[in-house]
Design a protein around this ligand. Sequence first.
Ligand code: FAD
Length: 292
Amino acid sequence: MNPPEEPSKEDCCNSGCNPCIFEVYEKQLLLYKKRKEGENASELFFPNAISQLHYTQFTVVDIAEICEAHKLLTFKLKSSDKNIRVTWKPGDHFLLKFTNANCSCTRAYTPLKQKNNTGTDFSIIIKRYKNGLVSNYLYNLKSGQDVLWRGPYGAYEVIPNKFSRIFMIAQGTGIVPFMSIIESILENEDDMTKLILCYCCRNVDSILLRTELYSMKCYWNFTYSVFLSDFKQNVVYKYQEPIVNHKLNKEELLKFVPFSEKDQFLLCGSTQFMEHFKLWLKIQEVENVFTF
Ligand SMILES: Cc1cc2nc3c(=O)[nH]c(=O)nc-3n(C[C@H](O)[C@H](O)[C@H](O)COP(=O)(O)OP(=O)(O)OC[C@H]3O[C@@H](n4cnc5c(N)ncnc54)[C@H](O)[C@@H]3O)c2cc1C
């Protein structure tokens, strides 16, 4: 987390603006200190149970099938130490260690905090790829099996009010890091950032975190649209559920022009997906683009 940038004397127009740029800065600084203290305090009381430097053992405690290709897996810390917690920042990922008779490797997955989280568990949404080594291993895990994780890793920082609008363009499981970022911004009443999520999915069955997204529709500063490449007419959608029957295209994004330096774009999906939007944003001269 970075402290807010202090305005210089020249930044103030001396016309008695309400709020003045210095008042905004003071408020942001206060918020920053509060968050920093909070983080330090929780770290002090409960050191992180997961480490970036070595692997920690977790046990699979819950498995839920979301659709044909996706499952929600919940892992619980194996240690019974009551004074530690598994913590991470919004947008962070963990690394899983995979070993079989032929090889040993790691893969990144994004932790998700469930409502009934006990502090020593986390969940992931796994997408199974046809010939995927680790995704198939995870998809076929059974309750009670142990796995090794390390982390958290990630360079994204939520800085309250740094941007006026944050656009998030997600594909498939790319929604997971955005979910925690959205939640942390919406939970902070002092954060006035507007959040615009464009979520690309194959079909209605593969919309991940659908209920959670729908329940956040009521926030004044959050809007979302789900773009389906395979739209089915006879499916029952929720009341005013923002589902669009085509792929995300530039016309949809051009609705938000002009873009400015107060806008930030976050991209999360396959390499091809992110490259496509990165290129388009470059043409639009958008500067603040962060890829996960
Ligand atoms: C920061 C980060 C966070 C991630 N978070 C998640 C997450 O929360 N949930 C999740 O399911 N995955 C996530 N991933 C992807 C994950 O790390 C693995 O890449 C994925 O599970 C595939 O690994 P694999 O060993 O099964 O595939 P591999 O054995 O490495 O690849 C085998 C084949 O699978 C297919 N394949 C693999 N990856 C992709 C892909 N991304 N797109 C299209 N085809 C692919 C290809 O056909 C490939 O040839 C994340 C990746 C990163 C970098």
